[in-house]
Design a protein around this ligand. Structure first.
Ligand code: CU
Length: 243
């Protein structure tokens, strides 16, 4: 009788598992996406090379000219480092906070990446790869506090979190004034940062009507309405202009 009871329990568990898997699959196939490109028209800003002469160790970490990342335009007339995110319409769809860390690395006396997205409460791991000291300074933005921490060469990484959404939280190094990064702190997982081809893709977006926003350090911000349909990727392009 006891064995029979166990068999029933196992069968029930299997049925539950099948049902759960079916629901997960249904949800995944219901999702859509948003993809597009951040274009640039007009004259790109003239960029002056960064001088790292203040710290010879930084100079030794670089093999050639280093240009600022803000104001950069890709060869295909698109923008890198644009932060694209769903700013309105997610309601209570806000995703679970990922347990995995986002990472900000100091390498060659620059922050990598220059623009980073993270969810409120998600761990941010701050890493140094450099043989010189840095002082990471996160500026108070919205409800996020102002703080700075010195990281000596060889110091282990440390973890921090952001308490409030903010577009964007600036990060500097108090020792090397050219070092700068921007962190987009959001309440949902639907964001992306453009790279060397200016494109972005946001996946697994539940169907619905949203506002898609884009932030750039130099050329301003834009937003656009977008409707995501089940199983389809909506296309949204942005165009910024130079002088
Ligand atoms: Cu530094």
């Amino acid at each position: 009788m006891k064995r029979f009871g166990i068999a029933i329990a196992v069968a029930a568990a299997a049925l539950l598992a099948v049902g759960f898997a079916a629901r997960v699959m249904a949800r995944a196939s219901d999702a859509g996406g948003i993809s597009g490109t951040v274009h640039f028209q007009g004259k790109a800003p003239v960029q002056r090379p960064i001088s790292m002469d203040k710290d010879p160790v930084c100079v030794s970490q670089q093999s050639g000219t280093v240009l600022p990342e803000d104001g950069r335009v890709n060869d295909n007339a698109t923008l890198p480092n644009a932060f694209v995110y769903i700013s309105k319409g997610t309601g209570n769809l806000s995703g679970h906070v990922p347990a995995n860390s986002a990472t900000l690395t100091q390498k060659g006396c620059m922050f990598e990446p220059h623009v980073l997205g993270i969810m409120v409460g998600q761990p941010l791991q701050v890493v140094t790869d450099d043989p010189t000291a840095h002082n990471i300074h996160v500026s108070a933005t919205k409800g996020n506090r102002d703080w700075n921490v010195t990281q000596q060469p060889g110091t282990p990484s440390f973890t921090t979190r952001f308490s409030d959404p903010a577009i964007m939280v600036p990060v500097h190094c108090n020792i090397h004034p050219w070092m700068e990064a921007f962190i987009g702190v959001v309440t949902n997982p639907y964001y992306a940062v453009t790279g060397a081809d200016g494109s972005f893709s946001i996946k697994n977006v539940p169907p619905g009507d949203y506002t898609l926003s884009v932030w750039t350090a130099t050329f301003g911000t834009q937003e656009r309405s977008v409707t995501v349909r089940a199983g389809e990727s909506a296309s949204v392009d942005f165009t910024f202009t130079g002088q």
